[in-house]
Design a protein around this ligand. Structure first.
Ligand SMILES: Nc1ncnc2c1ncn2[C@@H]1O[C@H](COP(=O)(O)OP(=O)(O)O)[C@@H](O)[C@H]1O
Ligand SMILES: [Mg+2]
Length: 1063
């Protein structure tokens, strides 16, 4: 994997930028390091962004100077280690946009400039990776920016966390619960135009994927006295003004309200109904929309507004005294609206407003109220109605935020992120019971802060045996005890005074305090004070030296407010209210409950104890808010005010502990478990003690000795950067581990796939081979059967046809016929013919005959008439001479010629003498005299009627065919022949002895012309012929070596002829 390495001009540090991860790693010579400042711009480097880096960390002046320098540049956030210090800028700095959220997501705390979102993200990641519940505690005095911070945090989570699979509306509801609660629970005070007049602790539930799936709100002690009275310059709760400003005409008419806040006595006490920084009309719209998001039906909204309006009407309800100075309701119009809006019976209500019901000895007594008492009862009712409605509202919001999956098993895997936005420390001109409670609450939270940071930190070092220089800090436990201790605590004394029979007043309560806790160093009254301080204390006042400063409380109203008295008959009336919200707020069981209800202070104390328990069970994160000036002005840095806050928030102590101590500590097991993958010796498992494993691990990571210490059960890491370097190394390592896991998984996956494919291939192969094998086997079987059948058939081939030999016989036949087709004779003379099987012998013969005929027929069709004649003559010659005359075979290949003499060779006289008689054939011959056997050349002509012998131009002899009785030749190879002539014809000179070179041809033609084919005699030895009247001649033929024709001594003609053919 390629890493891009960059040198940063801070010197030793090299920045290594991971190509796929925005994380910046630094590999210095001493191992892995984080460049904390790498992402800072020059502007962000104003002062130090973590007080821990302050050179002079013990100097308050240096601390405040750093705050001032940063504040001047609008850098409102600075760290003390993990604690975020925030200074209220009183102006919109545009630093909460979506881009800002993205910038702070998933990056190390120290890599980016300090920001609320960095805390938000760190907390969220801790929640997800460690699966521990978290709590963000936002503290600071009123107007320091706590509520604002809470809203920004919620917004961050709502916008950056993944949406839950179901119930995505939870995110909207979480966000929209805010404007509603603010409308009903916030008010303008001197300190803050949007001061929360109740404490709020909000749990956001996240599922295992980190998506918000639900929420729950705990509210603490609403300052209900504000409903009926406001100090100068303050307002009642926002909702009243919002309704009057923004409510539609129709709504106001229904509620019987006028638009002007000036018309309502409950709204004019502070004389500042209009505030420039607040736009009630707009806020009204926001609230109306939010109500519908958090599941309010139109009816519920109407019921709710009826209650709000009824409070205003109550404020305007006047009484007049009758003769007996008993109070009577005089504002009938208001009364009418009240009965309608609250849904109560007019008569009962009227009576309840002007009478008090007392139960004495089981009897109910109605005692009329005087004017003062009636006004008191009315105000008590207004406060009760409003505060109970507020509680109902919180319940209603909780129902809409409750996760729908709360019953499912996966619910157990959810983690909780708590946001605590509780009223800050308050000091007014006139401080009452409410301020007492609020400041007590702040004491408690400060105590918790000390517990969780300073004290526990120091105790831990001791327990772990880490060398440590103790840091002095002010532990405010003493003040908490002063307020809450049993019997001796202010609350106990107050409760006691409230319950005491007899005339208990606020002043008797003060006396009691003076008696009981007069020696307490943090408690002072007019009586207890020395001369000098006494001046600043009124007689009805007591002063507490809170951790955050002195506050003088006026005891007036303490008892009343603590008792929270609402006359029984008013309660009863409200219990029967037809307004559904009211009937839920006032429960009948309350009436029958004989037990005295807990006092307000005790209830508050209990709820705070519970809150502390809740917070202790979670991993804390702190946001310490500072208010720069009392005038709510941007850019003004009131040093005195700020120094005061820095002091009481314990920021200096916090810083000193931080500097002296270690930024991070972890149980060896947990540390090893988290980082063991970074060292080959500890990965994947470490067999020895976790402590030894950690030692090996940190040595491998290159921790320097000053960077860490090994305690008894934990490792302590001094600087955050050391840890962040380790974290980043882990992040890189995780990537590679993930890659390894991916690789092996992929390997496994593909291997399985491969094996599957292989199995399939083998299956297909074997199937195919099987098929091929079966086919081959079938073929072989068939072949074997065929061969067997053939053999069997062959053995039985001579037997009559039967199933066993039928196949063979058929095969033989077929092959014979097929063979025959290929081997048919080519021509008539080709006598070859395949030998047929016995069964086909007859058919073969027939076929052979057919074939032969066919060939003959074809041959015949192809011969010309001349050739036909030739063949005819040859056939006749064959008939006559074949096997009889020795020179016949020699004549066969020589063609017979139509005539041996052309017309020009025959004398014209002869032709003349023949007249019309055509010459069919002419050949030169030799005539031997009958006596002397002298050879004489002659021409022999054949006509259709006679043989004509011609000597030059003279016809010497004409033998008519009827007179030609026979023709004789020898069987030898000579060419002599004798024409036998009819003797009776005198004109005939006797038989004629002739010799022709073409004796076979000549005699054949003559035999044909004279129709004497059967009259040719072939003689052995000699021929006798008639040589003239009474005289016969004889010709003797003898075979010899060469042809010799001579006259023998015996007068015979002796012919010696060579033997041509051996016989
Ligand atoms: N981060 C901030 N940026 C801008 N203005 C702020 C910021 N924090 C607080 N303010 C201003 O200060 C006022 C008081 O803040 P708030 O959160 O209501 O105080 P607290 O809840 O601590 O009493 C707000 O109404 C707002 O005008
Ligand atoms: Mg607030």
């Amino acid at each position: 994997m390629a890493l891009q390495v960059e040198l940063i001009p801070t010197g030793e540090i090299i920045r290594v930028v991971h190509p796929y991860r925005p994380c910046k790693l630094a590999l210095g010579s001493d191992g892995v390091r984080v460049t904390m400042e790498s992402a800072l711009t020059a502007r962000d480097r104003v002062g130090v962004q973590d007080f821990v880096l302050l050179e002079n960390f013990t100097s308050e002046a240096a601390f405040i100077e750093n705050l001032r320098r940063r504040f001047r540049e609008n850098l409102i956030y600075t760290y003390i280690g993990p604690v975020l210090v925030s200074v209220n800028p009183y102006r919109d700095l545009q630093i909460y946009s979506r881009q800002h959220m993205e910038r702070y997501r998933g990056v190390s705390f120290y890599e980016v400039p300090p920001h609320l979102f960095a805390v938000a993200d760190t907390v969220y990641r801790a929640l997800r990776t460690e699966r521990r519940d978290q709590a963000v505690m936002i503290s600071g005095e009123s107007g320091a920016g706590k509520t604002e911070a809470t809203k920004r945090l919620l917004q961050f989570y709502a916008e950056t966390c993944p949406a839950p699979e179901r119930g995505g509306a939870v995110r909207d509801r979480l966000l929209q619960s805010n404007p509603v609660l603010e409308a009903f629970g916030n008010a303008k005070t001197l300190r803050n135009d949007n001061s929360s007049r109740f404490g709020k602790y909000m749990d956001v539930q996240f599922d295992f994927k980190g998506a918000p799936v639900g929420g729950h709100i705990l509210s603490y002690l609403l300052e209900k006295s504000r409903v009926v009275h406001q100090n100068h310059g303050e307002r009642n709760f926002h909702i009243f003004y919002q309704l009057l400003e923004g409510g539609e005409e129709e709504t106001l008419r229904r509620l019987g309200l006028e638009r002007s806040p000036q018309s309502y006595l409950y709204l004019v006490k502070g004389q500042c109904a209009k505030v420039s920084s607040i736009n009630d009309k707009n806020d009204w719209k926001v609230v109306r929309k939010a109500l519908s998001v958090i599941n309010f039906t139109e009816d519920e909204v109407e019921d709710l507004l009826s209650i709000v309006a009824s409070v205003l009407h109550l404020g305007n309800l006047h009484f007049a005294a009758d003769e007996e100075s008993n109070a009577q309701v005089t504002s009938e119009n208001q009364f009418k609206y009240l009965t309608r809006l609250l849904g109560v019976d007019g008569a009962t209500f009227r009576e309840a407003l002007t009478h008090r019901k007392i139960i004495a000895k089981g009897e109910e007594l109605l005692s009329p109220l005087n004017l003062e008492q009636a006004a008191y009862a009315r105000d008590a009712l207004a406060k009760a109605v409003y505060s109970r409605t507020f509680t109902w509202l919180v319940g209603k919001i909780n129902r809409s935020l409750a996760s729908k999956d709360a019953q499912s098993p996966s619910w157990r895997s959810t983690t909780v992120l708590g946001l605590l936005d509780i009223y800050g420390f308050e000091v007014f001109q006139n401080n009452s019971f409410e301020q007492f409670c609020i400041n007590y609450c702040n004491e408690k939270l400060q105590q918790l802060f000390i517990e969780l940071t300073l004290k526990s930190e120091q105790e831990e070092y001791e327990a772990e045996g880490i060398a440590w220089e103790p840091v002095q800090y002010f532990n405010n436990k003493i003040i908490c005890d002063l307020v809450e201790e049993k019997f001796k605590g202010i609350i106990s004394i107050l409760d006691e005074e409230c319950l005491r029979p007899g005339e208990a007043t606020d002043l008797t309560f003060l006396e009691k305090l003076e008696d009981t806790i007069k020696h307490h160093p943090h408690f002072l009254t007019h009586k207890l004070a020395d001369q000098r301080t006494r001046k600043s204390l009124g007689r009805g006042e007591f002063r507490l030296l809170h951790y955050a400063g002195e506050v003088t409380y006026s005891v007036t109203g303490f008892l009343d407010k603590n008792n929270d008295l609402l006359f029984r008959n008013l309660k009863e009336t409200m219990c029967s209210s037809e307004n559904p919200i009211m009937s839920q707020c006032f429960d009948r069981s309350e009436l029958s409950d004989k037990k005295r209800p807990e006092t307000v202070a005790t209830q508050f104390k209990m709820s705070l104890l519970q809150l502390v328990e809740i917070l202790q069970s979670k991993e804390p994160a702190y946001i310490r808010c500072i208010k720069p000036n009392d005038a709510k002005q941007p850019g003004r840095f009131d040093e005195v005010l700020i120094r005061h806050q820095v002091k009481y928030l314990g920021l200096m102590e916090n810083l000193r502990v931080r500097r002296a101590g270690f930024a991070y500590r972890r149980k060896y097991e947990a540390f090893l478990q988290r980082y063991k993958s970074l060292c080959p010796e500890t990965w994947p498992t470490w067999a020895g003690r976790p402590q030894d494993g950690v030692a090996v691990l940190v040595r491998h990571l290159g921790y320097k000795p000053e960077e860490y210490k090994m305690g008894r059960t934990k490792i302590f890491i001094r600087f955050p950067k050391t840890l962040f370097a380790t974290e980043d190394a882990l992040e890189v390592r995780r990537q590679s581990l993930a890659t390894q896991i991916q690789a092996s998984w992929r390997g496994c996956h593909w291997r399985q796939k491969f094996l599957r494919v292989k199995r399939s291939a083998i299956c297909i192969q074997s199937w195919w081979r099987g098929t091929l094998g079966r086919r081959k086997a079938a073929k072989r079987k068939w072949a074997a059967q065929t061969i067997r059948r053939l053999i069997r058939g062959f053995i039985l081939r001579h037997a009559p046809r039967c199933p066993e030999n039928a196949f063979f016989l058929d095969h033989v036949r077929t092959s014979f016929l097929l063979n025959l087709r290929r081997q048919l004779p080519r021509n008539v003379l080709d006598t070859s013919w395949p030998t047929p099987p016995p069964a086909l012998r007859e058919a073969s013969e027939l076929l052979r005959e057919l074939c032969r005929r066919n060939m003959v027929w074809k041959y015949c069709r192809s011969i010309s008439p001349e050739w036909k004649q030739q063949l005819h003559q040859k056939a006749v010659a064959s008939e006559i001479f074949k096997g009889k005359k020795d020179n016949y075979p020699q004549s066969v290949p020589r063609l017979f010629i139509s005539t041996r003499l052309g017309a020009d060779e025959i004398s014209s006289k002869v032709l003349q003498a023949l007249g019309t008689e055509p010459i069919q054939y002419a050949v030169p011959v030799v005539k031997y005299d009958r006596k002397g056997y002298k050879p004489r050349p002659r021409q022999l002509l054949l006509t259709p009627n006679a043989v004509v012998i011609v000597e030059d131009a003279k016809v010497k002899q004409r033998i008519e065919y009827p007179n030609l009785t026979g023709i004789s030749v020898s069987s030898l190879s000579d060419s002599l022949f004798v024409l036998h002539v009819q003797r009776e014809d005198n004109k005939q000179k006797g038989d004629v002895v002739l010799q022709s070179d073409h004796v076979i041809e000549t005699l054949t033609k003559m035999a044909l012309s004279a129709d004497r084919v059967n009259n040719i005699n072939i003689n052995q030895g000699s021929i006798t012929y008639a040589g003239g009247p009474g005289r016969d001649g004889i010709i003797d033929f003898t075979p010899g070596s060469e042809l010799l024709i001579t006259k023998a001594k015996n007068g015979h003609l002796a012919v010696v002829a060579p033997r041509l053919n051996s016989r």
